[in-house]
Design a protein around this ligand. Structure first.
Ligand SMILES: [Zn+2]
Ligand SMILES: [Zn+2]
Length: 396
């Protein structure tokens, strides 16, 4: 009896639950209603926008185009303003779809896609069959369906559109005052897919202690891909010389001595720290220019690895992949790390070497992790000890 009472909600609780669920369904209904009204308003705005675009009012106000006037005065993006005008100008071509928006069967985004498709395929446009698809599918899925429809109806037109997207492919690389580099780009579907296919596997979580965000992992992946291309000689060269990151540094910097200046990295607008130089010089797949304290060049670019070809091959066979726990980057994507750096007298014997991928090599040098080989020859990783300095940051 007692047990039954325990699991039965009291009358008061039951009532509160019913009130709440009633409140939630009212909330959902209100949201649907408000958004339906918004679609109707968009429809009205599109008619007005098309009428406005047919006047010279924007010009009288000193704007370059009606889109520009709407963007600025109605607080919209250029795309949203252009969409409104495009729908308004073509509304006569899609009467059944306009009716469906009014009835709440489809939304304004469906209508935008419908108009875009009508414009693209011209006389072959069949509104009734597409409207059926619009009713059954989300706006995103409908957009995709219409792409296929356009290809079927007008392969040449579709091809021309894709060609234009390839022509408009672009990437801008800007260096900020603090040395940070901003990269912004727009790609066509094929180019974008190629980039994603290259980045995604590299951006997966790798090995133990990986708590990076997806954005951070994608950022690391882009750098890793570029370094791998440089390192593998995949970058086309004039002459036979491979492309390498060029570092100019003093011995004091390489030794990490107090008071040593930072090093210069080609294409980097700010100097790099001695920890970074230490990593870059670890496997020495970089061109080094060493300066003495008088800035006299004492060792110019031997652009070769400190670990010789045969030693590296033996290392690849032994380690097979990055030695970090749980990391599976293959040998060709790794660098040979000196457990005791050669600058501190470490040797090139196999016992002093281990393969590490770009990220784990970074963690060991700049990230202050330690990696050691225990008496049984097993690799052990030790997290950085807690310090009271600023928090550690990933590679910028
Ligand atoms: Zn190293
Ligand atoms: Zn690794």
């Amino acid at each position: 009896m007692l047990a039954t009472q325990d699991v039965q909600p009291s009358a008061g609780t039951q009532l509160a639950f019913e009130e709440r669920s009633e409140g939630n369904s009212e909330l959902a209904e209100e949201l649907r209603q408000v958004l339906h009204e918004r679609h109707l308003l968009d429809l009205r705005a599109s008619r007005l926008a098309a009428r406005f675009a047919a006047t010279n009012e924007y010009d009288d106000h000193g704007f370059a185009s009606p889109i520009d006037w709407i963007r600025f005065n109605c607080h919209l993006t250029s795309t949203a303003a252009a969409d409104l005008i495009a729908v308004g100008e073509n509304i006569e071509r899609v009467p059944e779809s306009v009716q469906a928006v009014s009835n709440g069967e489809i939304g304004f985004p469906h209508l935008k896609t419908m108009v875009r498709t009508a414009n693209a395929v011209g006389a072959r446009f069949d509104e009734a069959s597409l409207l059926e698809k619009a009713r059954e599918n989300s706006a995103g899925k409908f957009y995709y369906i219409c792409d296929h429809y356009r290809h079927a109806a007008d392969p040449k037109g579709y091809e021309a559109e894709q060609t234009e997207r390839v022509e408009n492919r672009k990437l801008t690389i800007t260096t900020c005052d603090d040395g940070a580099v901003l990269i912004k780009g727009v790609f066509d579907p094929e180019g974008g897919a190629a980039l994603r296919t290259a980045f995604e596997p590299l951006a997966r979580k790798s090995g133990a202690y990986d708590d990076r965000s997806r954005e951070k992992r994608l950022g690391d992946a882009a750098v890793e891909l570029a370094l791998h291309a440089l390192d593998s000689g995949l970058i086309p060269q004039q002459g036979s010389q491979r492309t390498h990151l060029q570092v100019t540094t003093s011995l004091e910097t390489l030794l990490g001595l107090p008071g040593a200046p930072a090093a210069d990295l080609e294409f980097s607008s700010v100097p790099v720290s001695s920890k970074t130089v230490e990593r870059l010089a670890c496997d020495a797949s970089v061109t080094r220019i060493l300066l003495d304290s008088e800035s006299t060049v004492i060792d110019v670019g031997r652009a070769k690895r400190t670990i010789s070809g045969p030693a590296r091959k033996a290392l690849n066979v032994r380690d097979k992949h990055c030695v970090w726990t749980g990391c599976e980057r293959p040998a060709s994507w790794t660098e040979g790390h000196h457990l005791v750096h050669w600058i501190h007298g470490g040797t090139n014997r196999p016992s002093n070497l281990a393969l590490l991928c770009y990220r784990h090599h970074w963690m060991v040098h700049e990230g202050n992790w330690q990696i050691i080989r225990d008496s049984d020859g097993r690799i052990v990783t030790i997290p950085p000890t807690v310090t009271f300095g600023p928090p550690l940051r990933g590679p910028d």
